[in-house]
Design a protein around this ligand. Structure first.
Ligand code: AMP
Ligand code: MG
Length: 535
């Protein structure tokens, strides 16, 4: 068990633990695996670890919390970030929630390997929950160990910060520490368990409440706790909804629907596939949460899923994410039904998802294309054409959009010259036919003509397109390179990628190796194209 010494190294952090002080808690205080009823959380202690070491931290997340970089590096603070010590204001706990996994109700899930420490008031006056992922067993761990390995922790740490800098709503990561303990994992669930280095990420978000947080109480018929949680969520996270508004739960659903639509549109913009959009992995704030077997599209393939567990049905494939988000919102609506008892208003709130998705998708695609909107039919057609072109031959999504952003639309440019930059985005270029190339040329000529018709100047369009079409994303193989090195004790690539992905829209000429199509060796490699939930 943890030493749990309380230290006062983070004097400048002010804690205000609204979640644990406002909501009902589990009576028991031990970590044995069990069903917890009538409670939103269980108080638990992080497990002690042998030899914590700070691998990396996010400067920007530290800044948000009002922490100085030198502070994070202090040994007492590293002990806190590894769960060995606690700050006086912390109230460590694991949340109770349920969820639908791959479309089926799974009952109680909960924080099985995440221990929330408490809510810090950030430099903007907002509450930020700190949470250690991989800090040991909780009542929600079922038969698992509550731990996390370096591999998955690097993936979560790098990706959540990369997403933030891309402008995608996400939970944040403050720190990545190794624990000095080994954790046994069967990475591909194929009977080959091996010891891996243990690690802990300190995640940060205003709230970690999920769709499944509501579903568990509805499923158990515990409408009292359900109402308490919904009222708490409205009061703390949706201040624009009046606490005594009789329609508040419906309004809440509508706002969650809109935020979720915004999040999914952003995923489509940058080529992110969450990989395991179970309802327990859907944030009530519309943040990308629970980075597990996620992946990034290299070649644009709407049918691709990174998750091996999902390989058969591809429920969580790139192009299905908008539909799955909607399905998940229906589960949230069902969970809120006992508080509303009328179907129609909930249905109307759900419809906001589709409306919002359509309008946000159109404005996102317009920005990617450097167009003012997709309101005019020829512009809508260009958006549809672009997605068709991307599927004509294997084409790198990130490079295609970024190269398009630089192209000149002047009439004087020869079509064969104009299309040339896009050829850099094609995989197996040698095998591409003239006919396939002409699909690209025709699209680019139509697009350039339309831009001329709109009177758009090259320079202004280039800079606005480059602000929406990133140059650098966390390609699956890049994270894998960082992991393989880190497992050998060299964490320099983790740091390099963290720095690179801080400015994903900015040209970084000495980082050209990361602006290239996926290397061939990574096409089918585990960790690069195939990922499991084992973490
Ligand atoms: P995930 O697929 O990561 O969203 O996890 C689904 C559920 O399993 C959540 O309740 C997790 O907390 C729990 N879980 C996943 N991995 C572990 C682990 N190593 N130890 C304990 N619980 C886990
Ligand atoms: Mg999860």
């Amino acid at each position: 068990m943890s030493q749990n010494g309380r230290v006062s190294v983070l004097e400048n952090l002010q804690f205000d633990n609204r979640f644990t002080t406002s909501l009902p808690s589990d009576g028991a205080q031990d970590s044995h695996s069990r069903q917890v009823v009538g409670a939103c959380y269980s108080r638990v202690q992080p497990a002690a670890v042998r030899d914590p070491k700070l691998v990396a931290f996010s400067f920007e997340t530290a800044e948000l919390l009002g922490l100085a970089p030198e502070q994070i590096k202090q040994q007492d603070v590293v002990q806190i970030l590894a769960g060995n010590k606690l700050h006086g204001g912390m109230d460590p706990h694991a949340a109770c929630y349920g969820g639908h996994q791959f479309g089926n109700w799974a009952g109680q899930l909960g924080d099985g390997r995440a221990i929330a420490l408490g809510e810090v008031i950030d430099v903007n006056g907002c509450h930020q929950m700190l949470q250690l992922k991989g800090a040991g067993p909780t009542p929600y761990s079922r038969s698992a160990d509550g731990l996390a390995v370096l591999r998955s922790s690097i993936r979560e740490f790098l990706c959540s910060e990369a997403m933030h800098h891309l402008g995608v709503p996400t939970t944040r990561a403050l720190s990545l520490v190794t624990t000095g303990d080994e954790v046994i994992r069967d990475m591909l669930y194929d009977g080959n368990p091996r010891p891996e280095p243990g690690a802990i990420v300190c995640r940060v978000a205003p709230s970690f409440i999920r769709f499944g947080s509501f579903e568990i109480f509805a499923a158990r018929g515990d409408h009292e706790t359900l109402r308490q949680l919904a009222d708490f969520t409205v009061a703390t996270e949706f201040p624009e909804i009046e606490n005594d508004d009789p329609d508040r739960y419906v309004t809440l659903l509508g706002q969650v629907a809109e935020r979720t639509a915004d999040m999914v549109v952003e995923w489509l913009r940058v080529g992110f596939v969450h990989g395991v959009m179970n309802t327990d992995n859907m944030s009530i704030l519309g943040l990308t949460i629970d980075y597990g077997p996620y992946g990034w599209l290299d070649n644009y393939d709407p049918n691709w899923t990174p998750n091996t567990t999902d390989a058969q049905n591809r429920r969580y494939r790139f192009g299905n994410q908008p539909a799955v988000a909607q399905w998940n919102l229906v589960q949230l609506a069902n969970a809120l039904f006992p508080l509303v008892e009328k179907v129609e208003p909930l249905q109307e709130a759900l419809e906001l998802y589709g409306h919002r998705f359509e309008s946000q998708w159109a404005s996102m695609m317009a920005k990617k294309l450097g167009l003012p909107s997709l309101d005019e039919a020829p512009d809508k057609a260009l958006a549809e054409d672009a997605l068709q072109v991307l599927q004509t031959v294997e084409t790198d999504m990130t490079i295609f959009w970024r190269e398009l952003s630089s192209i000149s639309c002047l009439e004087s440019v020869e079509p064969s010259d104009r299309v040339q930059p896009l050829m850099n985005s094609i995989y197996n270029f040698d095998r591409v036919t003239q006919e396939q190339k002409s699909v690209f040329t025709e699209f680019v000529e139509n697009w350039a003509a339309r831009q001329r018709g709109l009177g758009s100047g090259d320079e202004a369009r280039r800079s606005s397109m480059k602000a929406t079409n990133p140059k650098y994303v966390l390609r699956n193989y890049m994270a894998q390179l960082a992991i393989e090195r880190a497992e050998q004790g060299d964490t320099s690539i983790v740091q390099e990628l963290l720095d690179l992905l801080k400015s994903p829209y900015t040209e970084q000429p000495n980082k050209d190796i990361y602006y290239a199509p996926r290397p061939d060796w990574a096409r089918t490699k585990t960790g690069c194209s195939q990922l499991s939930c084992s973490s």
